[in-house]
Design a protein. Structure first.
Lengths: 521, 136
């Protein structure tokens, strides 16, 4: 993250950094003070755009054509890093052929970003030595999310902006340990350390460590809920999640939870989801247990038990250990550090990360051995796969489109003072008073056309459902686009979002839903 | 007063914080860690204020089991864990349970806890359907 402050150009795509990653945004401001330039691609004017050198006010769901058009410009104007392409990449010619028709004018018609702005972004990015890209869910939560990230990979390789300090394409991870949860493979398509279930050595390694295992590509959360609805899924355990507010298509989610015959929920508060449980197990909060979190820099850091758990709460690791014993597994973990020992043995990238070594400062994985210093930058000298692969990412429209019935696009997001579904922050009065309820941002002109006044209650309706929230009339959002934060149970944005998934990794298109809006009756 | 260093539990930045406590263990507040590699002595509003939910009176403090009328009753850990384990176990088939049992873990949990959840799912419940909110 310290790399950000040394960058000479920062391109922020689909990340409201000051609100979601406040401390990462301080690095952007450090860079700006040192003379860096900032370019933002976002359908809303966010705090960062007040300080930016360029803002592409983009139509939701169209990052991909914007990026492809930038690649087109860089190739056409011969601004590539030819040595990098020759020595470290492959498949350039095919990628080049795929963007021949992606002119800035073509992209303007789709993205509503002026062709000259696209050219400016492309030229600035290509001709600045230390240029880095930051992105978050504004890129991934679209039906073309994976393609967009691959296209960003093309863009970075094309210009040699990879594997050096203050370059690269850098996802800012939303939740404290979303990186670590992925590393530890609470994912259906990996075992710990990103080992694919279908690799023979994965099965051998984990059968040896864990005994007989299920080693398939399993179902994602979204697919699990669909199996509940079909009546196939008989039992589930949900730990520290609130899918009723965080998952798309709320009414569908609630319906599925009603149908599942047996549900265990582990959480610190009663949530919208735990209401559906057959048994609720009260867990300790992050100040009441030991363990490690891995931050967006891949840095594994300790958390410490500062106070005893309130009431009869227990740390999640203790609860899971008890459940494991009671379903007949031969385990008995005494402490998180003992669990880390097993992680060291089975997960190469965490091989040398022990609690003992990170008492003072965290270590960045890959860190395969006990004397390895950790790895601050990935892909130095060589990509993990060897040569960097240019990919072909053609744009297609999948999922919600504007229509006569639903002429607006809804995009969802967060505000600084609240966190995810608000389970914790809405119970902290000094935070909750800043944004005590949900709202819908709507452009001044659209509000005038619809007769909507500031703070007036409005109804937003999609093909999935309908919610109400007070209007926030502002020029800081693109016309025919509305924004609703998803923290608030009384105005649940995810009642409106749908199950249009990215076909490759099945991330739902939470950032693009077609809706209509009217004064609430 | 004593203070203890730990890592903030909100976003993926992973800032270093000190929790200040009175001698009787009451939490008094948060101070940034001045030489922490990420936060360098700064914190956002959630970092400064976000700890207060820990002592909220609405915290769940005992295991709960749902009764026939839909309300929950408090119970002991032993009964709740036995009930939960039996419910999960009786859903298990003789073969693979990938389409039968779902395991949803959390980005709020530690690495160690997520590792155990992956192991519980794949080695215990014999299901590959284990996921968390990374997509959401």
């Amino acid at each position: 993250m310290n790399d950000i402050s040394d960058a000479e150009l920062i391109m922020v795509i689909g990340s409201n950094t000051t609100e979601q990653h406040p401390l990462a945004s301080t690095r952007i401001f450090e860079a700006l003070e040192k003379g860096a330039e900032l370019y933002v691609i976002d359908p809303r004017m966010i705090r960062l755009t007040d300080f930016s050198h360029g803002h592409a006010i983009i139509e939701p769901g169209t990052n991909l054509p914007m990026i492809n058009a930038m690649i087109h410009v860089i190739i056409e104007e011969n601004l590539m890093d030819e040595e990098f392409i020759r020595n470290r990449t492959e498949n350039f010619e095919e990628m080049k052929a795929s963007v021949v028709d992606c002119t800035p004018e073509w992209a303007e018609a789709i993205t509503h970003v002026p062709a000259d702005t696209i050219r400016l972004f492309a030229r600035k990015y290509a001709t600045t030595d230390k240029a880095m890209i930051l992105f978050t869910m504004g890129v991934t939560q679209q039906t073309t999310g994976v393609k967009s990230i691959r296209a960003l990979g093309n863009l970075a390789m094309l210009t040699g902006h990879v594997g050096r300090p203050s370059t690269g394409i850098n996802p800012l991870r939303g939740q404290n340990n979303v990186q670590g949860a992925g590393d530890m493979a609470t994912l259906p398509d990996y075992l710990p350390g990103y080992q694919r279930p279908e690799w023979p050595e994965t099965k051998d390694r984990f059968t040896k460590a864990w005994g007989d295992i299920s080693c398939l590509r399993g179902n994602t959360i979204i697919d699990m809920f669909n199996l509940m609805e079909e009546g196939k899924m008989k039992a589930a355990i949900i730990v520290g999640e609130n899918p009723v507010l965080s998952d798309p298509d709320q009414l569908h989610t609630m319906h599925c939870l009603e149908k599942i015959p047996f549900l265990v929920v582990q959480d610190i508060f009663m949530t919208e989801t735990s209401q559906y449980a057959d048994v609720i197990l009260p867990a300790a909060s992050f100040l009441e247990r030991d363990g490690t979190y891995t931050n967006t820099d891949r840095r594994v850091q300790l958390i410490r038990k500062v106070i005893e758990p309130v009431g009869n709460c227990r740390p999640d690791w203790w609860i899971i250990n008890e459940l494991m014993k009671r379903i007949g597994m031969d385990v008995d973990y005494k402490s998180p550090s003992e669990i880390m020992d097993e992680i060291n043995e089975t997960t190469n990238i965490y091989g040398g990360i022990t609690h003992e070594r990170i008492q003072e400062v965290g270590l960045q994985w890959p860190c395969p051995t006990k004397d390895h210093p950790g790895t601050p930058i990935l892909h130095v000298g060589e990509f993990i796969r060897g040569k960097g692969l240019f990919t072909v990412n053609d744009f297609e429209r999948i999922g919600d489109q504007r229509s006569e019935e639903f002429p607006f696009f809804l995009t969802t997001g967060r505000v600084t003072h609240q966190y995810h579904t608000g389970t914790m922050t809405r119970k902290v009065w000094t935070l909750d008073r800043e944004y005590p309820h949900g709202f819908v941002e709507i452009n001044t002109k659209d509000a005038e056309d619809l007769g909507i006044k500031m703070h007036q209650e409005v109804r937003i309706t999609s093909a999935r459902g309908s919610i109400t929230a007070p209007a926030m009339v502002t020029d800081r959002i693109k016309e025919k686009t509305v924004f609703v934060p998803f923290h608030f149970a009384e105005s649940p944005a995810n009642r409106l979002t749908g199950q249009n998934l990215d076909p490759i990794i099945k991330i739902p298109a939470l950032k693009v839903s077609a809706v209509r809006i009217e004064v609430a009756q | 007063m004593k203070r203890m260093e730990t890592t903030c539990g909100y976003c993926g930045c992973g800032c270093g914080i000190y929790v200040n406590m009175a001698d009787d263990g009451t939490m008094l507040g948060i101070t940034p860690s001045y030489n922490h590699v990420v936060s360098k002595g700064k914190l956002c509003s959630k970092g400064w204020h976000g700890f207060a939910f820990v002592r909220d009176s609405r915290r769940l403090s005992n295991p709960l089991i749902k009764q026939k009328d839909g309300t929950f009753r408090e119970t002991s850990w032993d009964e709740a864990l036995e009930f939960a384990a039996n419910g999960l176990k009786s859903a298990m088939t003789d073969g693979d349970n990938t389409d039968v049992i779902g395991v949803v873990s959390s980005a709020r949990c530690t690495n160690e806890e997520n590792f155990l959840m992956a192991k519980l799912a794949r080695a215990g419940l014999k299901t590959s359907s284990v996921d968390h909110c990374a997509r959401l």
